[in-house]
Design a protein around this ligand. Sequence first.
Ligand SMILES: [Fe+2]
Ligand SMILES: [Fe+2]
Length: 341
Amino acid sequence: MTQLEVDPTTVSAPAGLAGLVRSWGADPSADTLHELTRRADEIIPLAFEQGDDAAELEAQRFLYEVHAHRILPPWSPHWRDYEHPTIVDVHRRAGDAWLARDRRAYGADLEVPTTPKGFGEWATEVCEGHASGVTHPLFDFLAEKATFDQLAAFLGQETPFDIHFGDLVALLLPGIHGGQKIELAHNFWDEMGNGAVERTHRRLRLDMMARVGIHGEAYLSDVDGYWVEELRMANMYFQTSSARSLAPQSIGMLQATELVVPGRLERQIEGWRRVGLADQEMVYLLEHVTVDVEHAEGWLNHVIAPLAAERPDMLLEVGIGIMRRLDCALAVCDRAMRELP
Ligand SMILES: [Fe+2]
Ligand SMILES: [Fe+2]
């Protein structure tokens, strides 16, 4: 038996860290608590120090399972109580080990300009020139060749991060004030459909998902159906926008998102039109082609530039956030090109 297989005589819950916490009752037994800790001790170093893909999938599923449920209010039908100290501890350890791995990958060699103007130019150049951008072969495929079902499969896979975007911006709001707060609030208000419930981005996305046959609650009820690369994407935003110490990384990630999304969406829109979707059925995609161009500029000038002026020492972290996000997006594109065609 390999290390990753679960001995059925010692574990009665479904395999995996996420399976273990999902099967907890209101009052987990000492054995259950012990099993979660034991398995975490085994999986975390395998996933984030030894490059074991199966272990990383298990760890990312667990990270996402807890992040996505922990932001729900208790009246949600999907709510689960994931505040038990053992879950909180294991979740924190898994996230920290992952962060340490990424810091080893990016922190040491990354050099970023430390003036507002210089950093802005660097960020724009890095994002626009990155291999995860519109020049990735995935976007030609989606625009020119993908079937309806393949386009839908990609849209479905992108759900764990996309569906949470408004909440992720909201998580960043506390404790930030002045012009930066206004820019965050502006971005958030666009997520809120500028006050029109049917125009909220979440609603627009759910409408499009319903139209193309994607189950609207799968991002909570079918976590195991997502590629590890997509779970990583959602988890890195949850991680950096919920820990205040990582807010600079979150700011970098959001900058990268706003800069790269419009071009990538245009190719998907082309694809959807080609397979017969009407524009009014993909308002979600069309909306982001325009608003994200404004968001990218606003974010750079009103969130990052003031930070750069006040605390240039924070820019390395912003840069790490940008790089983590871009490379994560590239892994998504590569995975999609292996899975979809
Ligand atoms: Fe949005
Ligand atoms: Fe945006």
